[in-house]
Structures are given as structure tokens and as C-alpha cells.
Design a binder for this molecule. Structure first.
Ligand code: GLN
Length: 486
């Protein structure tokens, strides 16, 4: 079996009886066995559970080969280890939750199970999803399948590496400031952040609740649409999930994009971008015009403030969300002579340095005397950024940008310099601040070393169908998505 077999191709072969879920799952498990100890994309593999789920899928398929109500039947998926899966470790890559086992399924996980998916393992991440390289993990760094010396991106680095290494047919990640799209870009796969409210966050360990969103990572755009079909929708367990009908996101795929208005935000095409990224994205722009799209320059004037705004809001929300890890409500307890000492010893021992940095920054920007100057002002700037996008979307259908200014960097290259690390998020964070949808898809490679380059498209909130159709048109007219790491 080809490493790069899409969900749709696997689905077809299963339904035609050409293969079985046990065969497919065994193949994926063999690959995991062969190289996961080196890549460290998955931090827990549920071998027995996956094989049992595969056998159940085969039984269901034998009874009814066209189980169309179960779009992912028999197919292996991996879940980022900050999303609850009942009975499986929910470590969030933190020593704090080293031995924590999820007592229930996140809504997205129960939806995947209802769709017949075989959950093969838990994917590595930056601790509590804070980071851009998967180096901040209590389970150790994940390596990029294209080059072992390079990071896979983050924080959903394990989810992206697992897809590109062929450890699963698709995976789930979470995206607070780019954590699905950026690793997808670095690992050469497709990563989609749905609009805020599109997918339930129930069972996702909260990092920054007004920004977090769960989404799929896959080999291709059609597979992303298929997975989004499964996980999207209102959930009464998450009051921020929007009670809006969910269309079939695969329906618009293949439609002509003649006349589609593609906006290039001029603030995103400035100096500092890696020349290889620039030329890959320029070629993608040419490709869009060949496909009949109308390319237009637009302006997002508050782009310069996005990083500062994001790192104030996300740290503020993180400091509140992570208060529950105190050794009493949650978290590996370290005893002390009184509750204050217990809290401080627990939190001192359980959190890694990036998480501590964020909690301190977040507590600072929320503290009295500084609240107005930082947190409140950041919220106002967030509104300005949102208005920039609203204005741009009055003129164009989608926005096209690089996903990240550079290809993947080397392990250790930025880990001692948080500011450099934060700067890699420049093109992805606005979409979280605004709440719109975004996708990263392969659009080229760098040379020496050969590393994937990603193209980002952003769409208006709840216009995932248009976004996916625009991405699909590009993907199908190029062959970047067909390459797989050696
Ligand atoms: N890299 C960003 C951060 O460190 C985004 C993380 C994310 O999306 N979870 O906050």
C-alpha cells in the first residue's frame, strides 16, 4: 500500500471489498512500529484497541459494504493529546497530567467513533498547545518526517508528522494561533482551522478559549472536507459552538473557480520572507490566475499589531484556564505544609518553562493597574484587526498568503529565543483573533534541505465550503500533495 493513500481512496477500496480494515490498520501499525521511536509523532499507540476497532469495522462492512452513514469506517486516525479520548492518556504533553486518563470522550472523538474511525494513537504536541515546534513537550521533541534534524512545527506537530509519515489516514489537531496550519505547512500536508464555533471544543483542554478551534490534518483537501463533515456542528456541551446547519463540505469540491476573487494582503508580502517561500507562493498566485481567479491586492493595516495582541490575549486566557491545575482539582500533586505551598510546589514541578512564562505574562496583563493598558487595549486592537478582515472580505472571496514566512527550522534553532518563536506565527494568528476559517496546503519545496512549503488560504467565517473549493482547485491542478517523505 502506498504511504500516501487518501481517505477517499482507502474508503473506496474498503467498500469494494479489495481490502479490510484489519489490513489497513496493520499496515499503519507496522509503519509506526518501524519509525515512531525515531520521529516521536505519537506518544501513545493503542495497538490492541485499534485492531479491535478494525475487526468491528470489518464486521460492519461485511454486513453492509456501503455503510455510507459511517464515512470513516475502518480508517486509522490519530488525536492530538490535548483532546479527551475516554480511557486514553490525556497528558497535554505536560508533567502536570503525566498520569491523567480521560474520563470521557470529547465531542469530536465521539463523532469520529460514530463515523467508524479507528483511533490508533495520541499525537505529540507542545505542552498545553503552547508553542510552534513541538519542542516544549514532556514526551520529547517530534522530528519532521522530511528531515530528522528539523522540527515538524507546532503545536500539533505530532498530528502533522503522523499524517505525513503515514501513521494514520488523518488526524485532529487544535489551532489557537496556527497550530494546525503551521505544522501542516512544515510537514507537507493539509491542515484546516474551521471558523470559531464550527466545531465543538467540548473535551479539548482549554488553552485560550476565545481562540481555540479543533480541525483536521490530512493528505489532501477532499479528506479535510470529509473529516470536517464528521466533526462539525452544534453541540449543546459547548455554548460557543454555533447552532447553524452544516452543509456537506465535499459538495463544492471540483467546482470551477473562474471569477473567484483572491486577495493578497500587502502587509503579508514584505521583506523578511524566505525567498524560496516567496517564489513558491508567487507560483501559486500565477496558478490561481491560470485557473481563472481574479487576483487583487488588499490591505490588512493592523497586521503589525497581531502578534502582540495575540500574545496578550492568549496568555491572559491561558493564565485563567490553567488555574485548575493546582494539585487539588487537577494535576500531579506535590505536597506542602499548607495549601499555598502545595499549589506552588505542584505548579512549579508540573509546568514546563514556556507554560510558566505564559501564565506569568497572562497574570501580569490581567492584574489591576495593567489590565487597561494591556488586556483591554489588546481587545480593542482585536476589533480593529477584525474590521480589517471584514473590509477585505467585502472586496474578495478568499485571502491568499504564505502559511509561515520560512520552511521548518532546525531542532534547537529557536527554542532558547521565545520572541523568534512567536514571530513564526505572524501569518496564522489573525485568523484566530478574527474567528474566520483558514487552511494550509502544500505549494512547493525548499532546496537543501528539501522541506515542504505551505500556502495559506483564509475565508470568511462559516464559508468553509468556498475555502475548501478554492484549495481543492489549486491542489488538483498541481502535484505538490503527492510527494511523500522518503
Ligand atoms: N504558536 C502559537 C502559540 O504558541 C499557536 C499555538 C496554537 O495554535 N495552539 O501560542
Amino acid at each position: 500500500m502506498d504511504t500516501h493513500e487518501s481517505i477517499s481512496s482507502l474508503q473506496a477500496r474498503l467498500q469494494q471489498g479489495e481490502t479490510t480494515s484489519r489490513d489497513i490498520v496493520s499496515t499503519y501499525l507496522n509503519r509506526i512500529e518501524a519509525s515512531n521511536s525515531e520521529l516521536n509523532a505519537l506518544i501513545h499507540v493503542d495497538t490492541d484497541g485499534a485492531l479491535a476497532q478494525a475487526d468491528a469495522a470489518d464486521k460492519a462492512l461485511a454486513a453492509n459494504p456501503k455503510t455510507t452513514d459511517k464515512p470513516l469506517i475502518g480508517l486509522p486516525v490519530a488525536i492530538k493529546a490535548n483532546i479527551a479520548e475516554k480511557g486514553q492518556p490525556l497528558t497535554c504533553a505536560s508533567k502536570m497530567l503525566e498520569n491523567f486518563v480521560a474520563p470521557y470522550d470529547a465531542t469530536v472523538v465521539s463523532k469520529l467513533k460514530d463515523a467508524g474511525a479507528v483511533i490508533i494513537g495520541r499525537a505529540n504536541l507542545d505542552e498545553f498547545a503552547m508553542g510552534s515546534s513541538t519542542e516544549n513537550s514532556s514526551s520529547g521533541v517530534t522530528r519532521n518526517p522530511w528531515s530528522k534534524e528539523h522540527i515538524p512545527g507546532g503545536s500539533s506537530g505530532g498530528s502533522a508528522a503522523a499524517v505525513s509519515a503515514g501513521y494514520c489516514a488523518g488526524s485532529l489537531g487544535s489551532d489557537t494561533g496556527g497550530s494546525i496550519r503551521q505544522p501542516a505547512s512544515f510537514c507537507g500536508c493539509v491542515g484546516m482551522k474551521p471558523s470559531y464555533g464550527r466545531v465543538s471544543r467540548f473535551g479539548l483542554t482549554a488553552f485560550a478559549s476565545s481562540l481555540d478551534q479543533i480541525g483536521p490534518l490530512t493528505l489532501g483537501v477532499r479528506d479535510a472536507a470529509t473529516m470536517l463533515n464528521v466533526i462539525a456542528g452544534h453541540d449543546e456541551l459547548d455554548s460557543t459552538s454555533v447552532p447553524q446547519d452544516v452543509e456537506d463540505f465535499t459538495q463544492t469540491l471540483g467546482e470551477d473557480i473562474k471569477g473567484l476573487k483572491v486577495g493578497l494582503p500587502k502587509e503579508y508580502f514584505v521583506d523578511g520572507m524566505d525567498p524560496q517561500v516567496k517564489s513558491a507562493v508567487d507560483a501559486a498566485i500565477v496558478q490561481y490566475s491560470k485557473l481563472g481567479a481574479e487576483i487583487e491586492e488588499v490591505s490588512l493595516p493592523h497586521t503589525d499589531y497581531a502578534i502582540a495582541t495575540y500574545y496578550i490575549i492568549c496568555t491572559a486566557e491561558a493564565s485563567a484556564n490553567l488555574a485548575r491545575f493546582d494539585g487539588i482539582r487537577y494535576g500531579a500533586r506535590v505536597d506542602g505544609k499548607d495549601p499555598v505551598e502545595l499549589y506552588s510546589k505542584t505548579r512549579g514541578a508540573g509546568f514546563g518553562s514556556e507554560v510558566k512564562r505564559r501564565i506569568m505574562l497572562g497574570t501580569y496583563v490581567l492584574s489591576s493597574g495593567y489590565y487597561d493598558a494591556y488586556y483591554l487595549r489588546a481587545q480593542k486592537v482585536r476589533t480593529l484587526i477584525r474590521q480589517d478582515f471584514q473590509k477585505a472580505f467585502e472586496k474578495v472571496d478568499i485571502l491568499l498568503t504564505p502559511t509561515v514566512p520560512t520552511p521548518a527550522f532546525k531542532i534547537g534553532e529557536k527554542s532558547m529565543d521565545p520572541l523568534q518563536m512567536y514571530l513564526t506565527d505572524i501569518f496564522t494568528i489573525s485568523s484566530n483573533l478574527v474567528g474566520n476559517c483558514g487552511i494550509s496546503l502544500p505549494c512547493g519545496f525548499s532546496e537543501n534541505p528539501e522541506l515542504p512549503i505551505g500556502l495559506q488560504l483564509m475565508g470568511k467565517s462559516f464559508e468553509e465550503s468556498k475555502l475548501l473549493k478554492s484549495a481543492y482547485a489549486f491542489e488538483q491542478s498541481t502535484d505538490w500533495h503527492q510527494a511523500s517523505p522518503r
